[in-house]
Structure formats: C-alpha cells, structure tokens
Design a protein around this ligand. Structure first.
Ligand code: C2E
Ligand code: MG
Ligand code: MG
Ligand code: MG
Length: 281
C-alpha cells in the first residue's frame, strides 16, 4: 500500500548521480515498453471532500512500478515522457482509464492531469471527445488539471482549445496555482473553472500570518472572478479548519485520504472503506 500512498517513493538519482543520462535512456525505453504492454502502469485515485466530509470526486494520479527501480515518482517519469515524446500516449492512456473508471461510479467529478505539451497536439480535442464517447462519461463530470506551465504559453491556440473544451462542458482547473505568473491573466480572461492552490502555500497555513492572509486573498480573488477553489495538500486539522473558515468548499490531502487503488476507492464510495479522519473526532 505504501507505494500507492505516495510514500516510500524515491528519486532515481538520489543514490546514483554518476550516470543520469544512461538512466534517462533506460527509463525512456522501459516506459515505452510499459505503454506498449500495459504492464506496470496504473492510476490511483485521491478523493475530493466537501465541508461535510463527503466524497465529491477524485483526482487520477499515475503510478509506475519500474521493473528494476520499483515505484518511480511521476515527477520523474512524466518529465521523461514529456522530453522523449511519450506524453501523448501516456496522457491518452491515463484519460481513457480514468474516464472508464469514473463512468462506472457515481462520482460527480473525475480530475485528470494533463501535460501542457499534450495541448499542442492537434488531435488532443478529438482524442478527448472520443474518450468520453467510448467511456460514456458525461463531459460535465470531467475536469482537466493543467499546471501553470501549460497556460503560461499565452497563445491563441491554447486559449481556443480551452474555449472548445469548456463549451463542451469539460471543466478546466489551474493546478499548482500561484507558482507561475500567468495566473491572474487566466482568471481575468475567464479561461478556467477552478484553481488548485499550490501545496506549499497550504503547508505554511497557521504558521505565519502572511501566509494565512495570502491564501485568504486567493479565495477573495476566486470569488471575485467566479472561479471555484480546490485545496490540495491538506495535512493537518489546523489547516482544514482555517481553510473552512476562509470559505473553502473542496479539500484534498493526506489528512482526509491518500491516493488509493481503484478497488479501495470503490469500497470508500460504497461506504465500506475507512472514513475521513475528520469524522472520527
Ligand atoms: P499534482 O497534480 O499537483 O498532484 C498532487 C500531488 O500531491 C500528488 O503527488 C499527490 O499524491 C500529492 N499529495 C496529495 N495530498 C498530499 C498531502 O496532503 N501532502 C503532500 N505532501 N502531498 C500530497 P504525485 O502523485 O506524486 O504526483 C506528482 C505530480 O505528477 C502531480 O502533481 C502531477 O503534476 C503529476 N502527475 C501525476 N499523474 C499524472 C498524469 O497522469 N499525467 C500528468 N500529466 N501528470 C501527472
Ligand atoms: Mg493535479
Ligand atoms: Mg497540484
Ligand atoms: Mg504538482
């Protein structure tokens, strides 16, 4: 279970700094093979909770059990996929899997991370539409999470893609909000539906007043522009209650639940799984 929970994973380069290039090539080849055979790759699901502690949706997060190195952080293999031209295939695989999974549940929202590079592929939008059709998932139940790197590129093309996706009913979330510098522009231009405040801001909540005021200000900004907010990385009850007092409606983080294997997550949805740690108090 530790792997799925995001703990116990390590950086490939931590123990061996001597041959990162060889490693990269090796990872690239192994990732290509994994995509081809469909083995070793999987998605885990981290729930979103409302203020009452009810599960309202989930984010799909990719895991890869490397044949030799074991569980690798997505921070590493997603980057390799991006750099070596494998991200379209990996992204398509993840979207397909997540949409099929969500369609088999009563989840109102499934969030899928999308690499900025995927938006540059002209077949991205048709691919998304096809995946929705294949899985039978209503577009309004799908949210695509884009990091600011994606939207940093203020091109007309990217803006048009977001407009097209949103006109179909798909939601767009700005992931790791406030780490880039395009955020405000995107809020002003109403190009996104949701923003996910970067985890490091949440980590400092309750520790210094400035952080509290900053996060409070982000909520104000979101309200002013009619955008919803999801908070990721909620680890303590102090953070949770501070955020609730700021008007936060959607919470995600280890305090409530780690990413889970699909079977575990289904148990949770059926009410059989462990409930959020907030309810036990
Ligand atoms: P992200 O989308 O911002 O996802 C949040 C990360 O925070 C996840 O790490 C999650 O496991 C972790 N997390 C959740 N709650 C907490 C908490 O309370 N405390 C702390 N410290 N961490 C928490 P993970 O799964 O390692 O993913 C890292 C990043 O890799 C993701 O960041 C996302 O950018 C990328 N990623 C993961 N899966 C995919 C995918 O299928 N496609 C793409 N393009 N990127 C992906
Ligand atoms: Mg995300
Ligand atoms: Mg994030
Ligand atoms: Mg992140």
């Amino acid at each position: 279970r530790a792997k799925a929970e995001g703990k116990g994973r390590y950086s490939l380069f931590e123990n061996d700094l001597t041959s990162p290039v060889r490693h990269l090539k090796e990872i690239e080849n192994d990732l290509r093979a994994a995509l081809k055979s469909g083995t070793g790759l999987k998605l885990v699901y981290q729930p979103f909770y409302d203020r009452e502690g009810q599960v309202t949706g989930a984010e799909a997060l990719c895991r890869w059990d490397h044949p030799v190195h074991g569980a690798l952080s997505p921070e590493i293999f997603i980057r390799v996929a991006e750099e070596r031209g494998l991200i379209d295939e990996l992204g398509r695989w993840a979207l397909d899997k997540a949409c099929h999974f969500a369609a088999s549940t009563n989840l109102s929202k499934i969030a899928v991370n999308v690499s900025p590079l995927q938006l540059r592929n002209p077949s991205f939008v048709p691919m998304v539409l096809q995946t929705l059709e294949n899985s039978g998932l209503a577009p309004t139940r799908l949210e695509l999470e884009l990091t600011e790197r994606a939207v940093l590129e203020q091109s007309r093309e990217i803006a048009d893609i977001l407009i097209r996706l949103r006109s179909i009913g798909i939601k767009i979330a700005l992931d790791d909000f406030a780490t880039g510098n395009s955020s405000l522009q995107y809020l002003r231009d109403h190009r996104v539906d949701c923003l996910k405040i970067e985890r490091s801001f949440i980590a400092r909540l309750g520790k210094d007043e400035e952080s509290d005021r900053l996060v409070q200000a982000i909520f104000g900004l979101a309200r002013a522009t009619g955008v919803s907010v999801t908070v990721e990385g909620v680890e303590t009850k102090t953070q949770h209650s501070l955020l609730a007092s700021m008007g936060c409606k959607t919470f995600q983080g280890f305090l409530l639940s780690s990413p889970m294997e699909p079977e575990k997550f289904e148990e949770l949805l059926r009410g059989e799984g462990t409930s959020s740690s907030l309810e036990t108090t």
